[in-house]
Design a protein around this ligand. Structure first.
Ligand SMILES: Cc1cc2nc3c(=O)[nH]c(=O)nc-3n(C[C@H](O)[C@H](O)[C@H](O)COP(=O)(O)OP(=O)(O)OC[C@H]3O[C@@H](n4cnc5c(N)ncnc54)[C@H](O)[C@@H]3O)c2cc1C
Length: 298
């Protein structure tokens, strides 16, 4: 790989309690970075994009390794839980399958053994694969500092490429995903130039909840990755679907609207026109897949 350089000196701490992490984060003079799996952070340091004077490795912190599911609270996913542990967690109901689809696409087995959903969203790449499913599932993030613990929706967490709502002395503690109402189903699809080990040129998650009374859509969520400065919800496309019975024409309208809501750039992976077209195609396919799972013929 070109452009890699040796990493400058830094302090390395491995606290084993949340209290200890928060105390370190409070230290005023150190430019510290949290390391969950390091699969983004170390590469950015090797590329010279970051040179923190302190690395706080939170892998061993029990509070960040919580992985629980129950029907009332939904999923509680600690920020340092490796992707492979989440993928092997068999208690999750099928409504969460779009999140697992996305996580299974991230990197190789080695990357999954180190990398985390926490790191994926804190890194705030527009192409982060876990973000669109989490947006569709109504995820909330719990942020902690030594002063306060606060909760916000994931929609509010992403501010710009590489920038989140995390304050200087804060860390992401966990991600909460509420249990969706039944019957619901979703799907995450992405397009990459290479089949494996590549990042999304565009990614689309769709999540539908059917009304048990009249067969119409009670709720529809569509989220887009890699086609705007942050992962985004396609609110207009969602509104096209809600309160209606699904037809092929309705899916086309929603896909068209989602493409219009994307705000892609052109880069070496694809032009903005190409990305917009991908959004249209992937939205159509993701919606059809969710419908199929709900037993709707389209
Ligand atoms: C070969 C390769 C393939 C990859 N493929 C994909 C892919 O297909 N899709 C994809 O989306 N990504 C991919 N990635 C990127 C990366 O693996 C993922 O984004 C991964 O989920 C990052 O998790 P991590 O725990 O390693 O993050 P880290 O590198 O530990 O952290 C990332 C950033 O988040 C911050 N951070 C981490 N945890 C916290 C916390 N608890 N609180 C506050 N800040 C925190 C760090 O300081 C850092 O700035 C790939 C990377 C590589 C090297």
């Amino acid at each position: 790989m070109t452009g890699l350089r040796s990493i400058g000196k830094f302090q390395y701490r491995t606290p084993n309690s949340l209290t200890e992490v928060l105390k370190i984060l409070e230290m005023p003079t150190l430019a510290g970075k949290i390391l969950s799996g390091g699969t983004d952070l170390i590469l950015q340091m090797k590329q010279g994009l970051l040179s923190p004077s302190l690395i706080i490795d939170v892998k061993q912190v029990p509070e960040l390794n919580r992985l629980e599911w129950d029907p009332q609270r939904g999923l509680r996913l600690g920020a340092a839980v490796p992707l492979s542990r989440l993928l092997a967690f068999t208690e999750l109901p099928k409504e969460f399958s779009l999140l697992l689809q996305a996580c299974s696409l991230i990197g190789s087995m080695q990357i999954k053994n180190r990398g985390t959903v926490g790191g994926n969203i804190c890194n705030a790449a527009p192409s982060a694969d876990s973000a669109p499913p989490l947006l569709c599932l109504g995820a909330r993030v719990i942020l902690a500092s030594s002063q306060v613990t606060r909760t916000m929706t994931l929609d509010d967490f992403f501010l710009a490429p590489g920038k989140t709502a995390l304050a200087e002395h804060e860390l992401l503690l966990e991600i909460e995903v509420p249990m969706p109402p039944a019957p619901s189903a979703g799907c995450y699809l992405r397009h990459t130039a290479r089949e494996e080990m590549d990042i999304a040129v565009a990614g689309v998650a769709a999540f539908l909840t059917l009304s048990s009374k009249n067969g119409q859509l009670q709720s529809a969520r569509i989220a887009l990755g890699a086609v705007a400065p942050t992962p985004i919800r396609a609110y207009g496309a969602e509104a096209t679907l809600v309160g209606k019975a699904v037809t092929p024409e309705l899916i086309e309208q929603a896909a068209e609207r989602a493409a219009g809501e994307a705000d892609p750039i052109s880069d070496l992976r694809g032009s903005s026109e190409y990305r917009r077209e991908l959004v249209r195609v992937l939205t159509r396919r993701a919606l059809r897949s969710a419908c199929k799972e709900l037993g709707i013929k389209v």
